[in-house]
Design a binder for this molecule. Structure first.
Ligand code: C5P
Length: 240
């Protein structure tokens, strides 16, 4: 079933699927990178955790009417997805101030954004994924105003659904990054992953950071934190 390697990114390998040119297999790696690849490490078991967490999150979003490239979990580290052309934008939604926005704009960590704040970054490693505005996005990616509006609307809907999901497992959704891709017929769907690598999640009771900031800031054991997230999501699914 698994065909040749199409692409290797920082966190995943992407394979063709034999006899299914409209599908891909994503294989999650154990590598962790931060600060656009300037900090690197490997964590045994991380690929499995991000694959299983992402699968659960995309299944939950599907049940709530949000379509994505996700088709099914194949095994511990791999998932089957619909092939898309990725729009080279990182769409970040922020409910609470943390990370780059605190440094960039001098906003204090933990300040609440009401309504949530949406930012666009241009996916380009050589440029360090710069923050861009809508006009830049039209020019750099060729995206139409209508498609960019629908991406923003989907991102805010995903935010509402994810705030609810994570609240049910005692986590505050601080911020996250989404990517979108175009199916062969041109439809734009949610793509990539949604995991503690791409979200900031704080324990509702203790305020403890339970995401990749543990690695970025050297403040704990990444695998045990990601394992806790998966366990909580599994208990949530079982309880339903
Ligand atoms: O670094 P920054 O504060 O802008 O990140 C905002 C959110 O987007 C965080 O949840 C972070 O994990 C995620 N992100 C990501 N991939 C990037 C940049 C940010 O998943 N390349």
């Amino acid at each position: 079933m698994k065909g040749s390697l199409l692409y290797e990114g920082k966190a995943k390998k992407v394979y063709h699927v034999n006899d299914h040119p409209d599908q891909l297999i994503l294989s999650y790696k154990n590598d962790a990178t931060a600060f656009n690849g300037k900090k690197k490490d490997q964590f045994e078991g991380k690929g499995r955790l991000n694959n299983l967490i992402t699968s659960k999150v995309f299944q939950y979003l599907k049940q709530n009417g949000i379509s994505s490239h996700f088709i099914e979990e194949l095994n511990d580290t791999e998932q089957l997805v619909a092939k898309t052309d990725i729009v080279p934008l990182e769409v970040v939604v922020r409910n609470v101030a943390a990370g780059s926005i605190t440094r960039r704009l001098g906003i204090k960590e933990k300040e609440i954004f009401t309504p949530p704040l949406l930012e666009l970054f241009y996916k380009d490693d050589d440029l360090d994924d710069p923050l861009i505005n809508d006009a830049h996005a039209y020019h750099l990616t060729g995206i139409s105003e209508e498609d960019l509006d629908s991406i923003k609307q989907m991102a805010l809907q995903v935010n509402e659904q994810l705030i609810e999901l994570f609240k049910q497992v005692e986590l505050q959704l601080v911020d996250f990054k989404l990517e979108f891709g175009r199916l062969q017929d041109g439809t734009i769907v949610l793509a990539d992953e949604i995991s503690p690598d791409t979200c900031r999640l704080w324990d509702i009771t203790t305020g403890e950071k339970m995401d990749k900031d543990v690695f970025r800031e050297n403040i704990g054991d990444l695998i045990s934190v990601y394992e806790t997230i998966l366990q909580r999501l599994e208990e949530h699914t079982c309880a339903k």
